[in-house]
Design a protein around this ligand. Structure first.
Ligand code: PLP
Ligand code: FES
Length: 402
């Protein structure tokens, strides 16, 4: 069987059109974009074209609001550390409990330095409490950093509304847009969002390149100091080929977006409905009504996610349990714990993330094999054997959200 890749929230396949766009900048166009001689020219021009392509996808008013970085992690670190440096009188940050480690770990680092960090909790469906958020917005807050879409569940947060609430109090707002960019229209020119980060490799671009949107006029301090690249906002010779690839990936993402929100979302829904119908005691985690079109996170009671993944892998099917960094540890992910998913289900959660390359026959393969895998694993599970009758009695065999 041909390998089936359903782990696109971890990373995506490079679009061949992107590779073609990059190749000249790995070969004949090797000049330094800062050089004033003829070798620098085409590289500098290509970087500026990529900046325009990124700005277009994000709906930014000015291309100069885009700063190229090495990845989203760098962009996230830059924003959080910049905010506390640029606003030394403010000692508090607000974030959510379900952010990627690229935000949470920086917050912990700042907390150890004496900053106050408020981590907004979520309900059983992964939703934030905006009333609780409102009460935290004070003059001591330097920055709010809340992800647009969750990498594990696909849950979308109302970041536009949250940014407006922050703006009304004069507070800067950052969103980690890694899982949202390219999956839904974005119009930063009409938005209250001050900073947005994302990474090329999540939208069929290359690894090792990302971008940070910084609204014109926003107070900012660079993370990397040195040369004058990126208008002094990010020193270091540009990853020209990577940047050109990121630009092309953004252009293609815009072009293919209707496919993601149309047929690919329909495939995701087909996978979800099929699994819920065929497998008892399964629940979809996250907000079923506000999710990225490509993501399905589904938890199976009394089985180990890792075991499911290994058996899927033997069949050539690649999926993920939680985020790439938490898989391999025995703890359920912080996202599952924040939603209060029972331990017995959180351990059995599997994330399927589709892309524009996903085909119906691949989804059908999963629908054929996964119910058998769960049945086999449950047959080996003493907990399942003990609890199955009780679950049946309580009518919990019905598919459940949350
Ligand atoms: C929501 C989110 N933020 C940040 C990152 C980090 O991206 P990168 O590893 O490209 O820096 C990821 C990728 O796993 C992510 O899903
Ligand atoms: S670094 Fe990507 S999931 Fe952790």
């Amino acid at each position: 069987m041909k390998a089936i890749y359903l782990d696109n929230n971890a990373t995506t396949r490079l679009d061949p059109v992107v590779l073609d766009a990059m190749m000249p900048f790995l070969t004949e166009h090797y000049g330094n974009p800062s050089s004033i001689h003829g070798f620098g020219d085409p590289v500098r021009k290509a970087i500026e074209q990529a900046r325009n392509q990124v700005a277009t996808l994000l709906g930014a008013e000015h291309a100069t609001e885009i700063v190229f970085t090495s990845c989203a992690t760098e962009a996230n670190s830059t924003v959080l550390l910049s905010a506390v440096e640029a606003l030394p009188d403010r000692r508090t940050l607000i974030t959510s409990a379900v952010e990627h480690p690229a935000v949470l770990e920086v917050c912990e680092h700042l907390e150890r330095q004496g900053y106050t960090i408020h981590r907004l909790g979520v309900d059983g469906c992964g939703r934030l409490d905006l009333a609780a958020y409102e009460t935290l917005l004070s003059d001591d807050v330097a920055l709010v950093s809340v992800m647009w879409a969750n990498n594990e569940t696909g849950t979308l947060f109302p970041v536009e509304q949250m940014a407006q609430m922050a703006k009304a109090r004069g507070i800067l707002f950052h969103t980690d847009g890694v899982q949202a960019v390219g999956k839904q229209p974005i119009n930063l020119a009409q938005s209250a969002i001050d900073f947005l980060s994302f990474s090329g490799h999540k939208l069929h671009g290359p690894k090792g390149v990302g971008a940070l949107y910084v609204r014109r006029g926003t107070r900012f301090r660079p993370l990397l100091r040195g040369g004058h690249q990126e208008r002094g906002r990010r020193a270091g010779t540009e990853n020209a080929a990577g940047i050109v690839g990121l630009g092309m990936a953004c252009e293609l993402a815009e072009l293919h977006m209707p496919m993601l929100t149309g047929p690919i979302q329909a495939l995701r829904d087909q996978l979800q409905a099929g699994l819920l119908a065929k497998i008892p005691c399964a629940r979809v985690t996250g907000d079923p009504d506000h999710r990225t079109p490509n993501t399905l996170n589904i938890a199976f009671d009394y089985v180990e996610g890792e075991a499911i993944l290994l058996m899927l892998n033997q069949l050539g099917i690649a999926a993920s349990s939680g985020s790439a960094c938490t898989s391999g540890s025995l703890e359920p992910s912080h996202v599952m714990r924040a939603m209060g998913i029972p331990y017995t289900a959180a351990h059995g959660s599997v994330r399927f993330s589709l892309s524009r390359y996903t085909r119906e026959r691949e989804i059908e393969q999963v629908l054929t094999h996964l119910p058998l895998i769960i049945e086999r694993l449950r047959a080996l599970s003493p907990y399942w054997q003990q609890n199955k009758p009780a679950l049946a009695q309580h009518g919990e065999f019905a598919p459940a959200y949350g």
